[in-house]
Design a protein around this ligand. Structure first.
Ligand SMILES: Nc1ncnc2c1ncn2[C@@H]1O[C@H](COP(=O)(O)OP(=O)(O)OP(=O)(O)O)[C@@H](O)[C@H]1O
Ligand SMILES: [Mg+2]
Length: 356
């Protein structure tokens, strides 16, 4: 292999070149992998064959050949060889610049980038909504306080009235006071959520976090006949984390798992390290009802809930916590079979393997 070939092969983007007759001259390993061409011999093929399943890319190439129109970083959403969706960024240039002949196709997989953009958007949207909620809650609080005082005074005044009249008025007052308390609780919850707490980071093991959460929910598990299983990797590298925030995130997901089963089942936590990527991972699986494919993109939305008593904040909070830690959250689910959430967190710089 000469230098330029090995450079092309080692690039983190897909490249193919076509001659003036639209025959492929080469495609590097990255592109073959991206396009699922493991068993295709590319050289000599025309775009119509190679991109038969990818009409958008095909039309970009046709424009290049027929109208000499090139594109620069055009976003294309395409089906992955394994069925999922991928975001591609496509560019073309001429193979021979002087006489504008032949084409070079460059494709980058920007799925990961898009996912991060989306996550960032979610988190930003959440903090904007949180601020709005906080200011509303704040404004509501003062009049609530005033009403509460008035109700208390009324209660005192009622003491001076006698008989059946008093009984009826007391009952009404009671209802008003109960509803007041409820309103107050809602406002308090809002305020609690809208504050983005500052992280107090310290090197810690995700294993300990999971273990503590599982201990916390074990009475609940016994009652619901849920088996809690731990598969924790020994000597898991530590992460820089806020213990209570991460605990909250894991707890939210565990509660969701319990609720998804509505009865006996299993919640399994598995941890492992991907040292090459510098990440620690936690997979939390349940044997619950799963999430329909059409809904899976919505579950991280602020206020999205399918439960009568849900606020739809649990996952949003978990996602925000992970995001603040430089990590992220992934979900995989099969309707009727169960759901797995995966946490990814960067390994602490000052690691320190965890001693177990
Ligand atoms: N493990 C799971 N299995 C099945 N569905 C889930 C699971 N986790 C989350 N979901 C779905 O995602 C939705 C959003 O979850 P989220 O935790 O954000 O809110 P919630 O549980 O409805 O309410 P809250 O957490 O505020 O009590 C849930 O209503 C449910 O439909
Ligand atoms: Mg929840």
């Amino acid at each position: 292999m000469d230098y330029s070939t090995s450079i092309l092969e080692s690039l983190g983007e897909g490249i193919a070149a076509f001659d003036v007759d639209r025959r492929a001259l080469m495609a590097n390993a990255y592109l073959k992998d991206l396009m699922g061409w493991a068993r295709v011999s590319v050289v000599g093929q025309v775009p119509d064959t190679l991109f038969a399943q990818r009409p958008q890319i095909l039309s970009i190439l046709k424009e290049g050949f027929e109208q000499k129109r090139l594109v620069n970083h055009v976003d294309v959403i395409d089906h992955r060889a394994d069925g999922g969706l991928q975001h591609l960024s496509v560019s073309t240039s001429f193979l021979s610049v002087e006489n504008q002949q032949g084409l070079v196709l460059v494709i980058r997989d920007v799925s990961e980038l898009k996912r991060m953009e989306w996550e960032m958007f979610q988190v930003e949207k959440m903090s904007a909504l949180g601020r709005l909620a906080a200011s509303v809650a704040h404004e509501v609080r003062n009049p609530l306080g005033a009403i509460d005082i008035q109700l208390q005074l009324l209660e005192e005044d009622l003491g001076g009235i006698e008989g059946i009249q008093q009984e009826r008025l007391s009952r009404r007052l009671n209802i008003a006071q109960t509803e007041m308390k409820r309103l107050d609780r809602i406002v308090q919850n809002f305020l609690r959520f809208s504050r983005t707490p500052k992280l107090r980071l310290q090197p810690l093991s995700l294993n300990d976090v999971v273990q503590r959460v599982f201990e916390l929910v074990s009475p609940e598990a016994r009652e619901q006949e849920v088996t809690l299983s731990l598969e924790l990797e020994q000597g898991l590298p530590q992460v820089d984390g806020d213990e209570s925030q991460l605990g909250q995130a894991v707890l939210n997901m565990t509660v969701n798992a319990f609720q998804a089963m509505e009865g006996p089942g299993e919640v399994r936590a598995r941890t492992w390290a991907d040292v090459e990527v510098g990440q620690v991972c936690l997979a939390l699986s349940d044997t619950g009802r799963g999430i329909p494919e059409a809904e899976i993109d919505r579950i991280f939305e602020f206020y999205y809930t399918t439960k009568d008593e849900g606020t739809g904040l649990g996952l949003s909070i978990a996602q925000r916590v992970l995001f603040q830690h430089g990590g992220h959250l992934e979900v995989e689910s099969q309707e009727g079979a169960g759901t797995t959430f995966r946490f990814f967190l960067p390994i602490s710089k000052q690691n320190g393997l965890h001693n177990e």
